[in-house]
Write a protein that binds this ligand. Structure first.
Ligand SMILES: NC(=O)c1ccc[n+]([C@@H]2O[C@H](COP(=O)([O-])OP(=O)(O)OC[C@H]3O[C@@H](n4cnc5c(N)ncnc54)[C@H](OP(=O)(O)O)[C@@H]3O)[C@@H](O)[C@H]2O)c1
Length: 286
């Protein structure tokens, strides 16, 4: 049985992907923010599919100390129940914000959750992925195009614009996937980015201001249900031979920003390693 870990698996795209992968016979380890939402999601999946192999872990992925705890708990589970093997890691948890806000550790929240959390979690689970020549899938967005990383002020603390911060975090998703492929494709580990399109979820209604809530309430009505992008994750998980592309939309390769170069990917890797206090190449032994 193949195992998939998926973050943000309590609602929207992550929940539907967890549910679909469980129906397709994957053992699914979902990660969510709160115990309450994780138990509700688990119950919902099991009520629709009593044979689902599903377990949930919870914690605040914005806080690096909690990412570390989660990654240790998932690692222990994989060692005890899955022969230390992980086939797929889906870094999907994400948020939008209306104003500048930082985590307890001082990182801008969209950058912390949308990019750094996945970067840190992947580091902890990489040894398990290497054992299966596994796949890493990151939820990106078409909105990553048309901007550059602000290397001198990556948290955008000066002249904060929440939309730019979101777009930059999504550019970081593609750069991170590119960086993984540059480093680990030779060992069989591949990374992909899924552009889910516009999806009818509640992302814009969580911890945002009145104006964003209002705009999102109207905009999301144009979106597809989260069951639509879930199929693209399943496609990337199920292909026997690892697909060659980097970004996918509706199960097909799609274009990405010209900013996605090996040079920028390397620069982001180095910056993110410093911000997380970790070093890829020095992963924990399984
Ligand atoms: N919706 C779209 O149109 C769209 C378009 C492009 C890209 N995306 C991307 O898709 C991904 C999923 O978003 P969605 O639209 O499905 O929204 P969503 O329904 O709000 O899902 C976000 C998930 O992340 C979890 N989460 C939020 N903050 C967290 C934290 N601090 N620690 C741990 N987990 C946390 C949420 O938990 P709770 O259930 O407890 O809130 C939820 O499970 C995001 O990366 C987003 O940027 C969405």
């Amino acid at each position: 049985m193949k195992t998939a870990v998926i973050t943000g698996a309590t609602s929207g795209i992550g929940f539907e992907t967890a549910s679909l992968l469980a129906r397709k016979g994957f053992r699914v380890l979902g990660i969510g923010h709160s115990e309450e939402n994780c138990l509700k999601a688990q119950e919902r999946i099991l009520s629709e599919n009593p044979d689902a192999k599903i377990a949930y872990f919870w914690g605040d992925l914005m806080q690096q100390r909690e990412v570390l705890c989660l990654s240790r708990d998932v690692a222990a589970y994989l060692s005890e129940n899955c022969d230390g093997e992980l086939n797929v890691l889906i870094n999907n948890a994400g948020c939008v914000r209306s104003w500048y806000a930082t985590t307890d550790e001082g990182y801008e929240q969209q950058f912390a959750l949308n990019h750094l959390a996945g970067f840190y979690l992947t580091h902890g689970l990489l040894p398990f992925l290497k054992k299966t020549k596994g796949r890493i899938i990151i939820t990106g967005s078409k909105s990553h195009k048309g901007i550059k990383v602000r290397w001198g002020d990556v948290m955008l603390s000066r002249g904060y614009n929440p939309l730019i911060a979101y777009k930059q975090s999504k550019l970081c998703n593609v750069l991170f996937a590119k960086g993984i492929n540059d480093r680990y494709a030779a060992e069989g580990v591949r990374a992909y980015v899924v552009d889910p399109g516009l999806v009818n979820t509640d992302i814009g209604n969580k911890k945002t201001g009145t104006l964003v809530k209002l705009i999102w309430a109207l905009r999301k009505l144009q979106g597809v249900p989260p069951t639509v992008p879930a199929k693209t994750y399943a496609f990337l998980c199920e292909q026997e031979k690892a697909p060659e592309g980097l970004c996918y939309y509706l199960c097909r390769e799609t274009t990405y920003s010209k900013q996605v170069t090996s040079e920028n990917a390397s620069r982001l890797f180095a910056l993110s390693e410093r911000l997380c206090g970790i070093c890829y190449g020095r992963e924990a032994a399984v």
